[in-house]
Write a protein that binds this ligand. Structure first.
Ligand code: AP5
Length: 208
């Protein structure tokens, strides 16, 4: 299965991707996680990406397509979930071209639908385990009580100003992709509001 998880920041792509990767045995390819790892390692890609990410802006398409293509090839081209890629029309065109060249252009897009007010609430309360990448929400999916607080990361782009910018960028550059995927008959829309497990069941229902 080749799956693209699509939706605004905070829609729950990363949360659902972890469940789906385990259930369907798929490689979870998150361009955001790839950039955060590159920043941690201090690589040239990480250095370039950091200023864009902290400001809530998109990393340039050429950089993102390079890192995503590498991830897809390393995953073996067949069993993967793309989380956070593509998110511009040029990235989607690049992906179509890349997969067609590799005889692997059969993929499905699941779009998670969540309102803006809920997104702001989810992102403000998100915390991530720096060591394992586990995602928590302080209220709905709280970290274990015995987890040391210094292990929990409050992402720099989850501050109010960066959240506002990310949502504006989503509306301008990423939301138009829905029509692109619909036009190619790839789009499955799923209500992203509710319990995490409930949403997982909805996604499985459209995929199975
Ligand atoms: P990235 O890391 O991809 O961030 P994002 O797309 O903005 O998505 P998020 O990780 O913020 O949200 P999510 O949908 O995964 O939600 P989550 O599951 O965590 O990208 C970061 C940056 O990298 C970008 O801004 C850009 O700079 C750069 N970048 C990455 N890819 C790029 C690309 N293709 N092109 C250009 N630049 C790129 O959930 C959010 C919170 O809600 C969590 O706390 C979670 O616990 C909680 N939650 C989830 N589901 C539920 C639920 N059902 N009920 C209650 N709480 C829930």
């Amino acid at each position: 299965m080749r799956l693209v998880l699509f939706g605004p920041p905070g829609a729950g792509k990363g949360t659902q991707a972890k469940y789906l990767a385990t259930h369907y045995t798929l490689a979870h390819l998150s361009t955001g996680d790839m950039f955060r790892a590159a920043i941690k390692e201090g690589t040239p890609v990480g250095k370039e990406a950091k200023s864009y990410m902290d400001a809530g802006k998109l990393v340039p398409d050429s950089v993102v397509c390079g890192i995503a293509g590498e991830g897809i090839e390393n995953a073996g081209l067949n069993q993967f979930i793309l989380d956070g890629f593509p998110r511009t029309i040029p990235q989607a065109e690049w992906l179509d071209d890349f997969l067609t060249r590799h005889n692997a252009d059969d993929y499905v897009v699941v779009s998670l639908k969540v309102d803006v007010e809920l997104i702001v609430e989810r992102l403000s309360n998100r915390r991530m385990n720096k060591e394992t990448g586990e995602i928590y929400h302080l209220v709905y999916n709280p970290p274990p009580a015995d987890l040391p607080t210094q292990v929990l990361l409050h992402r720099s782009d989850d501050q109010p100003e960066a959240i506002r910018e990310r949502l504006a960028v989503y509306e301008a550059d990423t939301a138009p992709l829905e029509a692109y995927f619909r036009g190619k008959n790839r789009l499955k829309e799923v209500d992203g509001v509710g319990e995490i497990e409930e949403i997982f069941e909805r996604i499985k229902a459209v995929l199975d």
